[in-house]
Design a binder for this molecule. Structure first.
Ligand code: C5P
Length: 235
């Protein structure tokens, strides 16, 4: 199976040209990147080939959520693109997640890591109760989805830093977005934390978008984040 990297830079740019120019301009060629739906739906698989040829490890973040057979067959196609990490929404249920695993295994390429999104880090307790009509605490929902994902053969989950410890304890990989250098600057994310806190809480991997993209010096910021997350000695 392919490997999960410690830090992914979210390539949240409107076009491939802008994304590639940014990486070039700030000397970030070759770093692990996350390609989300904004970029993928614009550029298609070509952008993945370009990034791969430049040495980037790729997390293709399309968050699949459909009937099990469709997700299974789509996963085979995604594995054939030779990306390193892919994901589904845990809310699609255990049968969908099982078929996602089978789809990945049906490809001849090395199997990508499969993650299940538990609760988006842009959701908070109020939204979950009022709009999704889920009465349980977010932490409880995340731990239930993590168990479902684990029993379906999924490798890890996407969760907020606040749930990373319980996910790690359950033996699953924890990948956490919602990372800010200054936790008061949250944008639309409701459950945020710094890279240092993410590490202490047990995240295996973090995804960082705007904190790098909008930084005055993206190169230095990326390396600071990597250092803060990878360093075993906490300050
Ligand atoms: O800019 P920011 O660091 O908030 O970007 C977070 C990235 O992680 C975005 O690309 C978003 O789609 C993604 N993401 C998330 N919450 C999840 C899963 C993915 O914010 N649960």
């Amino acid at each position: 199976m392919k490997k999960l990297q410690p830090v992914y830079f979210a390539l949240d740019f409107p076009t491939g040209e802008e994304a590639l120019d940014f990486l070039e301009k700030h000397h970030l060629n070759g770093i692990p990147v996350k390609v989300g739906m904004e970029l993928y739906y614009r550029e298609g698989a070509v952008i993945l080939q370009v990034l791969k040829s430049r040495g980037h490890s790729i997390f293709l973040d399309l968050k699949l959520h459909d009937i099990p057979a469709t997700v299974g067959r789509t996963m085979k196609n995604l594995a054939n693109l030779d990306v390193d990490v892919v994901n589904v929404h845990a809310q699609g249920g255990s049968e969908m997640m099982r078929q996602a695993v089978q789809g990945l295994e049906a490809s001849e390429k090395e199997r990508p890591v499969l993650l299940a999104v538990t609760m988006l880090t842009s959701s908070d307790q109020k939204m979950v109760e009022r709009e999704l009509l889920l009465e349980r605490e977010i932490g409880e929902v995340v731990s239930h989805y993590t168990e479902l994902a684990k029993n379906s053969g999924v490798d890890g989950v996407v969760c907020s830093v606040h749930e990373a410890e319980q996910v790690r304890e359950s033996g699953m990989l924890a990948l956490t977005p919602g990372i800010r250098l200054d936790a008061s600057d949250s944008h639309d994310q409701k459950r945020v934390a710094t890279p240092h806190v993410a590490k202490v809480q047990g995240s295996h991997s973090i995804v960082v978008g705007r904190a790098i993209r909008d930084a005055e010096d993206p190169y230095t910021t990326y390396h600071q984040i990597k250092e803060a997350f990878s360093n075993e000695i906490y300050h």
